[in-house]
Design a protein around this ligand. Sequence first.
Ligand code: FES
Length: 149
Amino acid sequence: MDKDKLNQIMEKFQDKQQALLPCLHFIQEEEGKISEEVMNFLAENLGVPRVEIYSVVTFYSMFSLEKQNKNVIRVCASLSCYLNGTDKIINALKEILGIKIGESTPDGKFTLEEVSCLGLCDQAPAMMVNDKEYGNLTEDKVKEIIKSY
Ligand code: FES
């Protein structure tokens, strides 16, 4: 854990508690997960109860307690996407990657997740790979997207 960098982030905020999300983003990016050690460090230094930090980490899909692979695919399973064929998209991804929802490929390249609305409802069905948004998905489009990684 890069404590110096975390301290630098914290110093930017007058109200230390507001540094929680930026710190979590930094650690997730750096380490691929939010560890117990990090949660304890932040609780101590931000004055935020540890249980609250745990709630934030488990609530937001961009944070993870388990180490995530290089490319995290998040497929929206909320109503608009569901009605526009999320099932087909998920099945295509399962077939291409050879894994189920919640699993990672053996080579460590992809993790597949099902999430709630990504705010791309006008392009349903939609998914994100890391920070990149993809909409109006078809099975063919998904194949091309995966190939590009
Ligand atoms: S319902 Fe899928 S992005 Fe909103």
